[in-house]
Design a protein around this ligand. Structure first.
Ligand code: NAD
Length: 295
């Protein structure tokens, strides 16, 4: 079984080493370190965990990180004041506004206020539009991570049939666009499935590469997967389990124990796509510092 696993943790560590080397070279040249900021509104536990992991990853590679923690009741005007400040601050290369935001704040309208040159999450319509057009842009972290995971695991995408389940703006839709692009890490034929798809298993069984980004624990069963397919599980769910040391276990959108028997390669959860997501954010921050996307 071990040989089937796509080790996201190891790949993420390798990319971190590359980022750390590039960051060290910048500092050695007498320039300031790349700087990533995050804005966190409220106390969503998953967001707290993500921001803490981001801070730790930044420390590991020498990227400066700062976090702006705002109370749950922050008004749109107050949040926009912080965004305007970050847009202008020349010491900060890129920043993210951690989602989800409290219900009284409209995420789409908030994101539109981020300077696209600093939008290292790649969520601003200018960046998603540029991605669609095949122009240089910050790629959203999870799709960027999936592409890198496939590439660094030696999994060819050109000419392959990729089936993506889920059409969210942060995972399913952008990963479909990236994999179908005319590019060495794309060139796949992509089918994008969603909640209105009819006969889903018929489509998933045609996949050479199946990407599950549904948000339903253990949704993908073995009888939905072609023998020898590559399976990428994006889902993350904390499932209560009294027998587990922490009182819970982390599961994905794929029924791992069953699907591993038919897949040729598969990402575990945890330790698959997750570690690549934060690393992609670091890559985007470095690119922002080096003005690799926008001059
Ligand atoms: P989302 O809820 O925004 O989107 C889910 C998509 O699945 C929707 O497009 C919907 O149409 C589709 N869907 C739902 N039920 C379906 C069904 N029965 N049949 C077919 N399609 C169906 O979710 P998201 O933000 O894209 O996240 C998906 C999962 O990935 C979640 O578990 C989330 O926690 C996880 N996630 C992980 C990472 C990571 O770093 N690993 C990053 C982002 C999201």
């Amino acid at each position: 079984m071990q040989e089937k696993l796509i080790d996201g943790k190891a790949i993420a560590e390798q990319i971190k080493k590359e980022i750390a080397a590039e960051t060290a070279a910048i500092i050695d040249a007498g320039k300031r370190a790349p700087h990533l900021a995050a804005v966190l509104v409220g106390n969503d536990p998953a967001s707290e965990t993500y921001v803490a992991s981001k801070e730790k990853a930044c420390r590991q590679v020498g990227i400066t990180s700062s976090t702006y923690r705002l109370p749950e009741k922050t008004s749109e005007k107050e949040l926009l004041n912080i965004i305007n400040f970050l847009n202008k601050d020349e010491e900060i290369d890129g920043f993210i506004v951690q989602l989800p935001l409290p219900a009284h704040l409209n995420a789409d309208s908030i994101i539109e206020h981020i300077n696209p040159h600093k939008d290292v999450d790649g969520f601003h319509p200018v960046n998603t539009g540029r991605m669609m057009a095949g122009l240089p842009s910050y790629l959203p972290a999870t799709p960027f991570g999936i592409i890198e995971l496939l590439h660094r695991s030696g999994i060819q995408t050109a000419g392959k049939h990729v089936v993506v389940i889920g059409r969210s703006n942060i995972v399913g839709t952008p990963v479909s666009v990236l994999l179908s692009r005319k590019s060495p890490k794309g060139n796949a034929t992509v089918t994008l499935c969603h909640s209105q798809t009819v006969n889903l298993p018929e489509l998933t069984k045609q996949a050479d590469i199946l990407i599950a980004a549904i948000g339903v624990p253990s949704f993908v069963k073995a009888d939905m997967v072609k023998h020898g397919a590559v399976v990428i599980d994006v889902g993350i769910h904390r499932i209560t389990d009294d027998k587990a040391e922490k009182g819970y276990v982390i599961k994905g959108d794929v029924d791992f124990d069953e699907v591993v028997k038919v897949a040729s390669r598969i990402t575990p959860v945890p330790g698959g796509v997750g570690p690549l997501t934060i690393v992609s954010l670091l890559s985007n921050t470095l690119a922002a510092n080096q003005k690799k996307i926008y001059q």
